[in-house]
Design a binder for this molecule. Structure first.
Ligand code: AMP
Length: 203
């Protein structure tokens, strides 16, 4: 998705996974929440986002991936920036469980594969950069189901919160083996209709 735009994608999950590798008290705290599939507390995540948005790279706009996940985070965001659109991916729960539990990610470049639906040419090796593929510790069926419960409880209410305030662009997935490009094309079509300042970069 990021490569279709001339702007960075900021994933709070990626930032937290990097931070969790450190040997600090904060890293230990982050690991505890992430390894249970729970949300990292707002206080920590909001501070991380604030610092990230202050960086030069996000001056021309950005895509937020995995943020906001609570009402507190949504309200904090309003103090930092404008929100032009919300991309809502609608995927049935059984597909999410199947796809996430067979997801693999490149350690070096972050490219995403799936050992059932989007296989790399050589098992365990990234097609793009030759890096090693790994499985996230929270991509087990048990933790995926826990993360979905957390979503229902803490994140789903944001749909109501944003309705009528910020335009939604939706992508609906009903089949398990739909390639990611199809969803991306659908989202770009939806974004174009909004006439955002990004329009020229969407081709
Ligand atoms: P993700 O990579 O977006 O699937 O996030 C993986 C995990 O990182 C989540 O299950 C949470 O533990 C944590 N996380 C990522 N983004 C947030 C956020 N905005 N608020 C709280 N926790 C987050």
């Amino acid at each position: 998705m990021q490569s279709k735009f001339d702007i960075p994608a900021i994933s709070t999950g990626d930032i937290l996974r990097e931070m969790a590798k450190e040997e600090t008290q904060l890293a230990k705290e982050i690991r505890e929440f992430m390894s249970k599939g729970e949300l990292v507390p707002d206080k920590i995540v909001i501070e991380i986002l604030k610092e990230k948005l202050a960086e030069d790279v996000s001056k021309n706009g950005f895509i937020l991936d995995g943020y906001p996940r609570t009402l507190g985070q949504a309200k904090a965001l309003e103090n930092f920036t404008r929100n032009d659109a919300i991309i809502r991916l609608r995927v049935p729960e059984w597909i999410l469980v199947e796809r996430l539990s067979s997801r693999r990610i490149c350690k070096a470049c972050g490219a995403v594969y799936n050992i059932r639906f989007l296989k790399p040419k050589n098992p365990g090796i990234c097609d793009k950069c030759g890096g090693q593929l790994y499985q996230r510790i929270d991509d087990t069926p048990k933790l995926i189901k826990e993360r979905l419960k957390v979503y229902e409880r803490q994140t789903r209410p944001l749909i109501e919160y944003y309705k009528g305030k910020v335009p939604f662009v939706e992508s609906n997935t009903e089949k398990i083996d739909i390639p990611p490009d199809i969803a991306v094309a659908e989202i770009i079509k939806g974004l174009k209709k909004l006439n955002l300042p990004l329009k020229g970069k969407l081709g």
